[in-house]
Design a binder for this molecule. Sequence first.
Ligand SMILES: [Zn+2]
Length: 135
Amino acid sequence: MTLEDIVAVADSAAPGSPAAVSFHLKRTDRAQPALDALFDVLGDDPSISEVDLVIDGKRVGTLSKEALFGLVEDRTMKIGDGVQAALPGDPAPSFIRLHCPAPNCAQRAIVSPDLYANPPICSLHHCAMVADEGR
Ligand SMILES: [Zn+2]
């Protein structure tokens, strides 16, 4: 699994309005922590059906819950996948959940830890997103 595999199932032609939740990562991020974070968001929250995928500051497409789940169903385990997951001393960086500080704004973002220093801007309020409580 690479980031390209995730990008490949995102719909770059998805029309119009951006999803309320954007997912920000860097081209150099590892795929597995990103995938875990995507599952956290799309798998656990029934109110979220899609996220905008943003890589290196550029929106590359909209990733739907169906596309994400399909990606994993299609996946065949390669030699080394399981071993890598079990390596000690290399905890996966956890992605950080952000929200717009404006009252009642539904815009949210999930960012790669390295991008936290430069948080995304709310497209509606043009203010920097802030971390959720107890992230
Ligand atoms: Zn906002």
